[in-house]
Design a protein around this ligand. Structure first.
Ligand code: MG
Length: 463
């Protein structure tokens, strides 16, 4: 993990670590590492400081000798979609995704539309720390032009990949909660273009996020959950701050955990393609494997993080991928988490099957995923991890499998448990899944207390 770049780009508090000088320095470093004769794109989300930082980014690139195409306030996947289509060398996106309003950040998109690789991020950080950023002579300054077709091109691309006629005929009603984030620039437009009737919540761009917090969790989506049955809608959808994720509420007003939608979409894609590979992190539900196997599908597991999932999808030629947090990737569209593409696919599924979303979800195998966390000092992190297998008695039973791709996952016939250090916080996360909620809770609680005991023991003996 880099010093500035986290799992999904740089995120810092505005006015503290994130200021004009930092943005100019970091964007100058990006120009040094990936800049060539092609133009660079600049896009931004709806945060209060985003237009300002975007202009600083554009100016830095221009005086560095690069041509700049300024896109607009838009979802991150919309900016990603533009990069290969405008034959750009990269996009700099000013966004802090779902973080609280005091944050902002920088995301780097490579020329293939995927997020920067770790190697590129490390090279950029090195260039930043060395202060490598240049200003060219007056006759070599790059141009800055507005490129206004990005949203239109993106929504047209999505419509071309789904059965719009079937969606239109079903006469669906949708409640969309943009959370005052970047989807305000695309989601109402997208629904209108597909001929849907919709109710919009928090549908104006506002960087203070007055409507709700921009992370689409169940606790933050109470208005959406209440609005779906109240308006007799077929479903509700909410996006995070930069709209690369989509989270759903069914027609009965139930908040749907991300792993259920992942399972539903995985089955649909595999069934439709007659097989294929699904890429998902080790934190995902067993139900994905259960539903795709009968249709000849395979699951390829990765470490946690959407850039890792996206790269693995390219390498394995996967037909679909996603994470349990509502980030889903459709490679025919692009190998990037995409909230608008996900919404279109869910609408198509409901329209094609003629079923209610609640019905489709209730047909899936029942699994219950419980997530817990425990504080763990970072110096103890590795030690805890090395003791987890013996602590869980992993491998004692022939039917048990141990996976150490990211943390330690122990899979038994009754369910699985995963103990994994967070990449960003001094905590351990415990995931447990079983076919009934009580068993999942018990598995999580037992494992959690074992990890707590282990940490206490190591703290006591630690020098
Ligand atoms: Mg996001």
């Amino acid at each position: 993990m880099g010093r500035f770049f986290g799992t999904n780009g740089i995120r810092e508090v505005v006015g503290e670590n994130l200021n004009a000088r930092f943005v100019a320095g970091m964007v100058g470093a990006i120009a040094e590492v990936v800049g060539d004769s092609r133009p660079m794109l600049v896009a931004w989300d709806g945060r209060t400081s985003s237009p300002a930082f975007a202009r600083i980014a554009a100016g830095t690139l221009s005086v560095g000798g690069l041509d700049v195409l300024e896109l607009a306030a838009m979802p991150t996947p919309c900016a990603q979609y533009s990069v290969p289509r405008l034959k750009a060398s990269c996009a700099v996106v000013i966004t802090a995704s779902h973080n609280p309003p005091e944050f902002n950040g920088i995301k780097g998109i490579a020329d293939d539309g995927l997020e920067f690789t770790t190697r590129t991020e490390e090279a950029v950080e090195k260039a930043y720390l060395e202060g490598r950023s240049r200003t060219v002579r007056f006759d070599q300054v790059g141009s800055i032009r507005a490129e206004t077709g990005g949203i239109e091109r993106y929504l047209n691309g999505i419509r071309s990949l789904v059965d719009v006629e079937a969606i239109r005929k079903r006469n669906l009603r949708v409640v969309v909660d943009c959370g005052n984030g970047a989807s305000a620039t695309t989601a109402p437009l997208q629904l209108g273009q597909m001929g849907l009737r919709y109710v919009s919540l928090n549908g104006n761009l506002d960087g203070v996020f007055p409507g709700r917090s921009s992370e689409p969790t169940e606790a933050n989506l109470r208005d959406l959950v209440a609005s779906v049955p109240a308006t007799r809608a077929d479903l509700g959808v909410a996006h995070d701050g930069d709209a690369d994720r989509a989270v759903f509420v069914d027609d009965r007003g139930r908040f749907i955990p991300g792993e259920r939608v992942l399972t539903l979409l995985a089955r649909e894609e595999v069934q439709h393609a007659g097989g294929g590979t699904i890429v998902t992190p080790v934190t995902s539900s067993q139900s994905v494997e259960d539903v795709v196997t009968p249709f000849g599908g395979k699951v390829h597991y990765t470490r946690v993080g959407s850039p890792v999932v996206a790269r693995a999808m390219v390498e394995t030629g996967a037909i679909f991928g996603g994470e349990e947090n509502g980030g889903y990737l459709f490679p025919k569209h692009q190998c990037a988490r995409d909230g608008a593409m996900t919404l279109a696919k869910v609408l198509e599924l409901v329209a094609r099957t003629g079923k209610k979303l609640s019905q489709l979800l209730d047909e899936l195998p029942p699994y219950f995923l419980v997530k817990k966390k425990v504080a763990c000092p970072i110096p103890l992190r590795q030690k805890v991890l090395s003791e987890v297998p013996s602590m869980l008695d992993a491998g004692k039973d022939a039917a048990t499998r141990v996976v150490t791709l990211d943390g330690v996952k122990v899979i038994t016939p009754k369910g699985w448990v995963l103990v994994r250090p967070s990449g960003t916080e001094p905590i351990y996360r415990v995931f447990a899944e079983a076919r009934d909620p009580k068993a999942a809770e018990e598995l999580a609680a037992t494992t959690l207390s074992k990890v707590e005991e282990l940490i206490r023991k190591l703290q006591g003996t630690a020098p």
